[in-house]
Write a protein of this length. Structure first.
Length: 335
């Protein structure tokens, strides 16, 4: 299996992004116009991070290069392109004594031969079939059976084989972003919500549309904010930060510093990605940076699901598997 420079950068960026997604929400005091950010008002949130969840490493399933024939999507028996590598990024909201959910589910599919990347976001409330168990939200699978069950669930529901995963804890996100000098994003829409910053408390935050430079706290708020928007919109913002982090790492020559980056971030995540996975590097990252159309972004969104309520009163999203397959086929099976 060959791996690209892009894989190193995407994985490193993914670690940082997912750390953000698992830290308790901080309210940030901001307002902006045309991508510029301004601070207003005062208040204190009083929220603290929770400890990293306990974890026991499980075996990684061997990649099956045969067509996935038992999937719920009408997958036409296609085989993924040679050299493809799929990493699932999970953001955990673990709390002591309360278990956890992975409210961020983002698949990164790296096409090592074609020099392309697909990002596919799955909403946390997607109601799926969990092999060997009852149906439930997609964000419950990791706790129910670890990564092997996640692999089975993705093959069954989406005809996707996941090779590796990273699940984050919360620590270090703001400091990492600030150490990098912040992250530059291109916000396709405006996001505005109540917020709080450690250096300027309380008020209203607003970022975009257009170019915006985010420090650690603002990036955290931007990824987590959902009170005036939806989980579907949050997946868009998470991908915008992901792309921004990729560009940032490229500008800092992260490829040549892969061992140091790995050692710096490995303590912040649960993962089966080894340093050896990252070392065989192909020279495709510069071409991706120069041609950003090589980063393809997808999401399972409103047109692919039907909102409903369970007998217990929980709001969930019933998948339209035929519509989802159209997304999967383009994102995963088309180089």
């Amino acid at each position: 299996m060959d791996f690209s420079k892009n894989k190193v950068l995407i994985i490193a960026a993914g670690i940082i992004l997912l750390i953000a997604c698992s830290i308790p929400l901080l309210w940030i005091a901001l307002s902006s116009s045309g991508g510029r950010i301004w601070m207003i008002s005062d208040a204190v949130s009083g929220r603290n991070p929770t400890p990293f969840q306990p974890y026991e490493l499980t075996a990684t399933p061997t990649r099956d290069i045969q067509p996935i024939t038992n999937a719920l999507v009408p997958n036409e028996g296609l085989i993924p392109p040679d050299g493809q590598f799929n990493v699932l990024l999970l953001g955990s909201d673990w709390r002591a004594g309360a278990g956890y959910r992975t409210d961020v589910v983002l698949l990164i599919s790296v096409f090592t031969k074609e020099g392309k990347v697909s990002l596919v976001s799955f909403p946390r409330d997607l109601w799926i079939e969990i092999p060997g168990l009852e149906e439930n939200r997609i964000n419950t699978v990791m706790q129910a059976g670890g990564f092997p069950l996640v692999v089975d669930a993705f093959e069954r529901n989406f005809a996707i084989h996941v090779d590796r995963y990273m699940m984050t804890n919360f620590s270090g996100f703001r400091a990492i972003i600030d150490t990098l000098g912040g992250v530059d994003i291109d916000a396709s829409k405006n996001t505005a919500d109540r917020c709080d910053l450690s250096y300027q408390h309380g008020g209203w935050c607003s970022v975009g549309p257009g170019a915006a430079h985010l420090d650690g706290e603002v990036a955290l708020w931007y990824v987590r904010s959902r009170y005036t928007s939806s989980d579907f919109d949050r997946t868009r913002r998470a991908q915008e930060v992901m792309v921004g982090l990729f560009k940032k790492f490229m500008s800092l020559d992260a490829v040549s510093r892969a061992p140091g980056i790995y050692n710096q971030f490995i303590s912040a995540v649960e993962t089966d990605v080894s340093l050896n996975d990252l070392l065989p590097i192909l020279n495709i990252a510069p071409s991706i940076l120069q041609d950003q159309s090589r980063i393809r972004r997808y999401a399972i969104s409103t047109e692919h699901v039907t909102p409903t309520t369970t007998a217990g009163g929980a709001a969930v999203l019933i998948p339209n598997y035929e519509a989802i397959w159209q997304v999967i086929r383009e994102a995963i099976y088309t180089p």
